[in-house]
Design a binder for this molecule. Structure first.
Ligand code: FA5
Length: 349
């Protein structure tokens, strides 16, 4: 048995060394160490040798197995290196050829619309502002003239981080901002009047999801405060926005709308940009609801240390997610933040 093991070692090492390519080496590996290979067959016979010889023969067999495995690994690496060298020095290799193309991503439709609007408004002298997504009750509601008992404060609508309070806790309560309007408050307190700003960003509401409602979506606030600002200025800004988005003037109409932080308040509708006689987008009405807005309520100006006797202003709150849907013909808002590559890859760079 010992001689046969020794013979296997000698013969095996020579065969491994003589393997001329990776396929031949693999065949040798199977022949030597495979399930029915020469070493396995010898090991099976170990059971029939006298018990006192078995430990020594077993140890010798294991050493041979390790030596053969190491030799096979070394030979495989040497063959790979040799093949690589052949490829590199061969006439067919051209190091100046471009590599395979790398897949590249595109901008998210929300980012595209937001950047287009940022460019448009900065060209009209607006600042682009940001505000925290985790906001105080004071900024999100109180300073915006939203009454204590307004249903929007309810936990059915607002995601509270610390519960809304009264008395000592008031103003200290914290929520995920339900709209971008608190940026109005932060901006006016920080920069004062006159001010022209937009604030795109993410907002959160307790909301049952459907094709046009999400619990997390994007808005863009617009705010202008100066001497003598009125509804005509607001309409001008809204029309500029629509022309920037859709590339042409759309017919619009104003309806009364109620928001505690504006007076008067409006809803702006536009003629459906996709049809002339009614379609799925406008639900056959030929009008699409585009954005609410209005003149900044004097109480909001006061809460931001701006004198309403001297200054007036307008604000609007564009539903950025819904505008991006209109712009790109996206039929369900839940695609927007899905992270689904089937959706995202439709917006290549
Ligand atoms: C507001 O959020 C006000 N802050 C807007 C405003 C600003 C009014 C300044 C006056 C002055 P509203 O809740 O209607 O308003 O939301 C504004 C827009 O956000 C809607 O027109 C709609 O386009 C979008 N929106 C509202 N809820 C959702 C939702 N769950 N999913 C997606 N978009 C929504």
């Amino acid at each position: 048995m010992r001689e046969r093991l020794e013979e296997l070692r000698r013969h095996g090492l020579a065969a491994v060394e003589g393997a001329s390519d990776e396929d031949a080496l693999r065949a040798q590996e199977i022949q030597l160490l495979g399930r029915n290979g020469a070493l396995t067959v010898l090991l099976r016979e170990l059971g029939s040798v006298p018990a006192e010889q078995r430990p020594q023969l077993g140890a010798a067999a294991n050493q041979i197995k390790d030596a053969l495995a190491a030799a096979i690994g070394a030979r495989r690496e040497a063959l790979r290196q040799a093949s690589l060298q052949r490829e590199l020095s061969g006439a067919g290799f051209d190091a100046s050829l471009p590599g395979p193309p790398l897949p590249s991503g595109g901008l998210h439709p929300l980012t595209r619309v937001s950047r287009e609007l940022e460019d448009l408004f900065t060209s009209m002298g607006y600042r682009v502002l940001d505000g925290p997504e985790v906001e105080t009750e004071e900024h999100n509601f109180d300073a915006l003239n939203i009454p204590q008992d307004h249903p929007a404060r309810d936990a059915f609508d607002t995601i509270w981080v610390t519960p809304p309070g009264s008395g000592a806790a008031r103003g200290g309560a914290v929520c995920l901002r339900t709209h971008t309007s608190p940026v109005q408050v932060r901006a006016l307190r920080r920069f004062g009047a006159p001010l022209r700003a937009i604030a795109p960003g993410r907002v959160f509401r307790q909301e049952t999801q459907d094709a046009s409602h999400d619990h997390t979506f994007h808005q863009m606030e617009g705010l202008v405060v100066d001497r003598g600002v009125g509804v005509a200025h607001m309409l001008h800004a809204m029309h500029a926005l629509l022309e920037g988005l859709f590339g042409r003037q759309l017919e619009t109409r104003l309806r009364p709308g109620y928001f505690p932080f504006v007076e008067p308040g409006f809803e702006l509708d536009a003629r459906c940009p996709f049809c002339s006689g009614g379609c799925r987008v406008c639900k056959q009405s030929t009008w699409v609801e585009l954005m609410p807005g209005g003149l900044v309520h004097p109480n909001v100006l006061r809460a931001c240390n701006v004198d309403p006797e001297v200054y007036s202003g307008f604000a609007f709150g564009l539903g950025l997610s819904r505008i991006a849907m209109l712009r790109y013909g996206i039929d369900d808002i839940r695609w927007m933040l899905s992270g689904d590559l089937r959706f995202l890859s439709q917006f290549p760079a």
